[in-house]
Design a protein around this ligand. Structure first.
Ligand SMILES: Cc1ncc(COP(=O)(O)O)c(C=O)c1O
Ligand SMILES: N[C@@H](CCOP(=O)(O)O)C(=O)O
Length: 461
């Protein structure tokens, strides 16, 4: 299995190399050269299996010989043992043809744990073999950061730097990143928004002397292994509702386009998915792009679903690569135009995207109203991101069963949930003292050179 860059100019890599490399050296994102195919029998055989076994069968064909079967099974077992639900990703019914896929039972209470826990295990195993030391830098709008810290804290051969937008994450999210005591964890509050954090991260990767000097690695969805691990729950959810004999649709609260791109990969592997619905908050670049063909940023607006306050949606590049017939030069040209604010998607590419994805937008008021209504109707307490998904899904319900991804636990966003329902969701007991723990955070400017100096100095200590 080989991995190629969406911009066509970087070395072709194995799975293990792509996982440890992060961003391709031409600035693009790695994707598999071909997508493994599952037959209807392969898919039917997944029904009723434990989540860990589904993870093994879905991920293994993408991985080459990086790990033996026994070794990979053992990494998967370790990755998911700390989840707070035996099903790992349970499905709940909201309405006759509408289901909620709860992805917040991991250690940091968001869907990021599904991928971060397994790539944490895989990267540690790979480092133990190579004897290398790496520097992870991650950009977060709130959830990737804590999941990465949880997966890599305390490791002797890894430093973890997390850039989050100062003042634009929830207090629970911030404290999850600033209260770990391990010396290899560095929480950095950047003066800017998430797009700035992600742009500086990509700048670091594109400075080859810096990236090689610090042995930079990425755990954002830049990293293909992150996307791959998220493909698994599309299979577990769909097969529990009757796939491959019944089609299902998915609605995905979307920001950086990693989660819904995982659904697209599941579909390309053969999972019968009728519709993939992109649900955006008021940062609606993807909804506007699909409707108008113009992919144009208009500034990140802070919202009550802050993890989706994103305008430059990193993984959309992977979707464009396929929509443009895997023409790396065309994608590189579009990404160049993006530097000045946007571009028009060609008619052919737009038709191809529209054949796969539909979209909808949810306002702030609709988000609050959905949290309130769902609590009253079903008892389910939604986080604001999941509420964006549920609202958009409701606008797309039809004959096929719809599965909405519930991407975070409501207790991560108590203010929004309380505003909507009057209820303040409690953190799980293991986090009950989160607000009493001392914080450790460095305020940083939105400046590449200053960030690089900080990283170099910290890892030299
Ligand atoms: C809670 C939550 N929901 C939804 C999203 C959007 O997911 P993606 O960035 O993969 O589109 C994020 C951020 O990634 C998130 O943290
Ligand atoms: N919403 C994310 C943004 C980063 O997304 P990623 O999937 O590329 O890591 C977050 O919570 O940080």
């Amino acid at each position: 299995m080989h991995y190629i860059s969406t911009r066509g100019q970087a070395p072709v890599l194995t799975f293990g190399e792509a996982m440890m490399t992060g961003l391709a050296r031409d600035g693009g994102l790695y994707v598999p050269e071909t997508v493994p195919q599952f037959t209807a029998d392969d898919i039917a055989a997944l029904a009723g299996l434990p989540y860990e076994e589904i993870a093994f069968r879905v991920m293994r064909p993408f991985m080459g010989d990086l790990f033996s079967e026994a070794e990979f099974r053992s990494l998967i077992a370790k990755a998911y043992q700390g989840f707070g639900h035996p099903a790992r990703a349970p499905l709940k019914q909201l309405a006759p043809n509408h289901f909620l896929l709860e992805l917040f039972h991991g250690p940091t209470l968001a869907f990021k744990d599904f991928a971060m826990q397994i790539i944490g295990q895989m990267m540690q195993a790979a480092l133990a073999k190579s004897g290398e030391r790496i520097t992870i830098v991650g950009a977060t709008s709130g959830d990737t950061g804590s999941a990465a810290i949880e997966a890599f804290k305390g490791l002797a051969n890894v430093d973890v730097f997390i850039l989050f937008p100062h003042g634009r994450v929830s207090e629970v999210q911030r404290r999850q990143m600033t209260t770990p005591t391990e010396a290899n964890v560095h929480a950095l509050a950047l003066d800017g928004d998430f797009d700035d954090c992600q742009a500086r991260l990509k700048d670091m990767f594109n400075d080859h002397a810096f990236r090689d000097g610090v042995r930079l690695a990425g755990v954002n969805s830049i990293n293909w292994a992150r996307v791959l691990a998220q493909v698994v729950y599309y299979f577990s959810a769909a097969t529990s509702l009757g796939a491959p004999h019944r089609k299902v649709s998915f609605t995905v609260p979307t920001g950086n386009f990693g989660d819904i791109f995982a659904g697209y990969i599941a579909q390309r592997m053969g999972l019968p998915i009728a519709e993939l619905v992109i649900a955006t908050n008021q940062n609606d670049i993807l909804d506007r792009a699909l409707k108008s063909g113009a992919y144009e940023t208009n500034g990140v607006k802070p919202s009550i679903s802050p993890s989706m306050d994103i305008q430059v949606s990193s993984n959309f590049e992977r979707a464009l690569f396929d929509a443009y017939g895997r023409d790396g030069a065309a994608v590189a040209q579009l990404m160049d135009e993006m530097k000045s604010g946007g571009f028009r998607i060609s008619q052919g590419a737009l038709e191809s995207l529209r054949a796969t994805f539909t979209s909808g937008r949810c306002s702030e008021e609709e988000t609050l109203a959905t949290i309130r209504a769902e609590r009253a109707a079903t008892g389910e307490l939604l986080c604001p991101h999941s509420a964006v998904g549920v609202k958009v899904a409701q606008d797309h319900l039809g004959a096929v069963s719809m599965i909405t991804l519930a991407t975070a636990h409501p207790a991560k966003f108590p203010d929004a949930v309380e505003q909507a329902t009057g209820l303040r969701p409690a953190l799980p007991p293991r986090m009950a003292d989160l607000f009493d723990r001392p914080e450790r955070v460095t305020r940083v400017p939105n400046d590449l050179a200053a960030l690089q100096t900080l990283v170099r100095e910290r890892i030299a200590r």
